[in-house]
Design a protein around this ligand. Sequence first.
Ligand code: ATP
Length: 516
Amino acid sequence: MQKKKLVFILSLLGIVVSSILFFDKFFPTTQLKHIANSDRYIIWSLTIIFLIYYLKLESNPQLVPLTISNEKDGVKNDNKLNISFKDVAGLEEIKEELEETIGFINNSDKYMKMGAKIPKGILFYGPPGTGKTLLAKAVAGETNSTFLYASGSEFVEKYVGVGAKRVRSLFEKAKKESPSIIFIDEIDAIGAKRNLDSNNEKDQTLNQLLVEMDGFNTSDTVVIIGATNRLDLLDEALLRPGRFDRHIFIGNPNMKAREKILEVHTKNKPLQKEISISEIANKTHGLSGAELANIANEAAIIAVRKNKSKIDKEDFNQAIERVLAGLEVKNPSVLLKEKKTVAIHESGHALVSKILKTDMIQKISIIPRGQALGYVLKFPEEERYLLTKRELIYKITGLLAGRAAEQVIFNEITTGAKDDLTKATQIAQEMVCSYGMSDFGNISIDEYYIRNSFDEIREEIKKITDSCFENALKIIEENKIILFHIADILMEKESITNEELDKIFKEYESKMDYAT
Ligand code: ATP
């Protein structure tokens, strides 16, 4: 039981017993007559001691961040990790970059004799789930260093000075247990830019972090690794040389890296021979390492649920669908009329995407998953790093095609296009503001311009989405027969695979209107 809780219970018990004894002193009862005065004084004194101790514990918040513990995954008894670079798949160039730091930690004497300083701070930034924490742990594992994990949000407290004290305790612990790696996840929670309406507690915490980073001796083999999803939010002072001066971007894995990550996470799982890891990697374009690990785990769970001895292709397909589209809703109560609308909406997406060849369609479904009543699973046919203006326009057209199909068939639009509209507007906004792909010409528009020319920018975005919507309406109008064919099969079977869709398109190939 937690110490504070125990002291609280003892204090409470003491108060109850002391109160009974106190009243008994003035209104004596026969049952308590034999209790001597000296015993009563002892009980009263003990109660007061427990109460004072409890109040002291209450007013003294925990100084070391909660997550600095020996109980994290893979941590051996003494905070040493058994995770190495072998556990981190892909990210070869980043591992190479970190070799230098590892060399410093492992041969610190050699470097110090030469007067070289150990790199103090490394900052990992990039989208969530891409292996930032895993890499930091691997650096600790490779150097047999103590791994101290803290999350930025743990330092944010309402009492002024508590965060700063926690930073101090963290660094003291790191120095005591050196060589050590301090890993501060979500560092933006304490390291965000300071501004005029500053928060005293947050500023003090950040200042303390800066002081500690400047202050520790070069003979202390302590490396601080910070991680954030938003590098742009961090205070300049934190990024300057001598502090977090090495910035390493860790992005979502490419095809080869996805294959390697999937290999790592299926290493201990019995797979059926026919399973092709590269095929799964191909279907999971844009997913993070954490999502890939999740897919491998989900596939194993699905196989166990079906009492199989090995994981097969179907288990992986279901796991991908589960991760990409959410949990399947059991016994959904969707009205027939709504089901028809969803079938037409999803058929619209599939028809236009297929005609414009935007992405490879894997599956269309009207089985509700998560919050969606239907979905089209698709992935790019090849790994792309650059997109042309035309491809972006086609992407928006595909996204708006669900609503366009509703408009053409029912002459009515529904709320089902909410997500599509968000994504389409986002792409159009990037075309206007970031890629110089609008009538504004080859310029980049920053926050300041957006605020000051909001109406013109919105008009430009609308011009793009309106013309894409018009095109989607035209394609659907001219290919209505195929749309109805896809929707009919969806109503009957609830889902269509890529192969089935190809078959439908082959049937109509000669009569099809490539209305682009
Ligand atoms: P966040 O920004 O949300 O804190 P993160 O970038 O720190 O995320 P991790 O916690 O390191 O992500 O990754 C989560 C899990 O994803 C890991 O425990 C691991 O199972 C898996 N993973 C991610 N990237 C890789 C990789 N390159 N190799 C192997 N596994 C990976």
